[in-house]
Design a protein around this ligand. Structure first.
Ligand code: DHB
Length: 491
């Protein structure tokens, strides 16, 4: 009898409290049944586990937890879509699945969906800013560790986590993908009471990542300097000219290779960009898009050897054959880049110069990024040598360190080997699969930023699916058929 009572108490305790490890908990019996109506009227049923704190030492109760949504039929081998709603480097709430974006689609496709909250540049507790860099990233890494800690207890496979984000969230997805298990973050994660687990992920889906922040200003001016918008601005042009001059050295320092393995340098970078934009236009044209003659592209009925490879040259897809149009031709064979960039700048006015590290230059106000690298007192700071110098200052070491930790480019390929910070290289794990998109008329960061990220990852041996998405402005979670087709192909 005693034995039965004891067993009953154990059983009730397990059912009531769920599992607790390292001061973190998950209760598989705590789920709430719910449903989501998709845009086509289809109803998707799922079980919701909400408000799961992913660190032991919660500093900001409003953000440091995650929600898990398990569709009917999910098992322990089901992939997990981890969607961050970070935008503008701000704090993001852990919300519910949305019928119109990748979370709803993922549930419908049978994926487990996880939506973590995370601190950001605007999160405050008791007049302390809780989420300045790299705190938002640390929160996402802690969320991944939590999923790994409870991998056995929770439906979904923590070895198949796909992180998805847009813009600043795309940058965060790139960071989570590039910094898996990297020791540079270990002490900070330990101090937060994050699970002692790995934090690498299987795939990163990065829409228009606002990343490589310390080089984004030079990339922007190198790209847009020749537009009439910049040329007409007597005030911004001198800044633009100076920043533009810095880009070639940076490009040459990256030792990039194109998809075919040919060296990419400052001298041929514009050719690469032209090819990539032609690839974007050709892909859209093959799918039926009508591309205006006014944008700068030229067309031909013959390929003229100019058609760049589809999908990084890996999976060569020949353009579909349609009846030739006598005037313009099926093939996009050339591009007047200046004309195209003027078109981009006309669809939405360019950012100011500098585009990111704005604070104090020409008396301008702090940007989102100036705040992201600012202090817990709510201050904003310069984070590039250029803008600091313009303000007669040096960059404090703390800022330099944070900028380093917030740039995925530092953790990909041989840059890591030469910087002396790669002691535990064996633990460091890059996500093996990458889906990177940047709109072909997105002017929130320069085209080289996402392209360099993609090429660097490709060179490091990752599977990279990259394209400038035709006619897309700054946006994310689009072309979901394509995204989910790709996800299926990597599972
Ligand atoms: C975002 C957009 C920006 O232009 C920027 O500088 C930072 C973040 C965003 O949409 O997240």
């Amino acid at each position: 009898m005693k034995k039965i009572i004891f067993a009953a108490i154990v059983a009730i305790t397990l059912v009531g409290c769920g599992h607790s490890k390292q001061g973190l908990s998950f209760n598989p019996n705590d789920g709430q049944e719910a449903e989501l109506t998709m845009p086509n009227g289809e109803v998707v049923k799922y079980t919701a586990y909400e408000h799961l704190y992913y660190v032991k030492n919660v500093e900001d109760t409003a953000y440091q937890y995650l929600n898990v949504y398990v569709p009917e039929g999910a098992t322990r081998s089901t992939p997990i879509l981890l969607r961050t709603y970070i935008g503008g480097y701000m704090a993001a709430k852990a919300r519910g699945p949305q019928a119109g974006d990748a979370t709803g689609r993922a549930l419908k496709e049978g994926y487990v969906v996880v939506i973590p909250g995370s601190r950001g540049r605007n999160s405050v507790q008791d007049s302390t800013y809780t989420g300045r860099a790299p705190k938002g990233l640390l929160d996402l890494k802690a969320a991944v560790r939590y999923l790994r800690l409870f991998d056995r207890e929770m439906p979904g496979n923590a070895e198949r986590i796909i992180i998805d984000g847009t813009s600043a969230g795309g940058a965060m997805a790139a960071l989570v993908g590039a910094t898996g298990n990297h020791p540079a973050y270990n002490d900070m994660l330990a101090a937060m009471g994050a699970a002692k687990e790995k934090d690498d992920v299987y795939a990163a889906v990065c829409y228009c990542p606002i990343t490589d922040l310390e080089h984004a200003d030079m990339a922007y001016e190198w790209l847009f300097n020749g537009t009439s918008s910049r040329q007409r601005s007597a005030q911004l042009l001198p800044i633009s000219n100076q920043l533009k001059e810095q880009f070639p050295n940076y490009i040459n320092s990256l030792n990039l290779k194109d998809w075919d393995g040919n060296p990419v340098t400052a001298d041929n970078y514009i050719d690469l960009l032209r090819k990539e934009l032609i690839r974007s236009a050709q892909t859209a044209k093959n799918a039926g898009a009508d591309i205006s003659d006014t944008l700068g592209f030229s067309f031909n009925e013959e390929r003229m050897g100019g058609m760049p490879p589809i999908n990084g040259g890996k999976k060569m897809a020949l353009p579909t054959m349609r009846a030739p149009q006598p005037q313009r031709g099926e093939y996009v064979v050339g591009l007047d880049i200046q004309r195209y960039l003027n078109y981009v700048a006309n669809t939405q006015p360019l950012k100011t110069a500098p585009a990111f590290d704005t604070k104090g230059v020409l008396g301008q106000r702090a940007s989102a990024e100036n705040e992201e690298f600012g202090g817990a007192d709510g201050s904003s700071v310069n984070f590039t040598v250029y803008s600091a110098y313009k303000n007669g200052k040096d960059l404090p070491k703390e800022v330099v360190d944070n900028v380093y930790l917030m740039n995925p480019m530092n953790f990909i390929g041989e840059m890591e080997a030469t910087d002396g910070k790669s002691k535990a290289k064996s633990e460091h794990t890059l996500a093996p699969h990458w889906y990177i998109r940047h709109g072909a008329r997105d002017r929130d960061t320069g085209f080289p930023v996402p392209l360099n990220l993609a090429l660097k990852l490709n060179e490091a041996g990752c599977d990279v699916n990259f394209i400038f998405a035709w006619n897309r402005p700054h946006s994310g979670d689009y072309a979901l058929d394509e995204l989910f087709g790709w996800l299926k192909s990597i599972m």
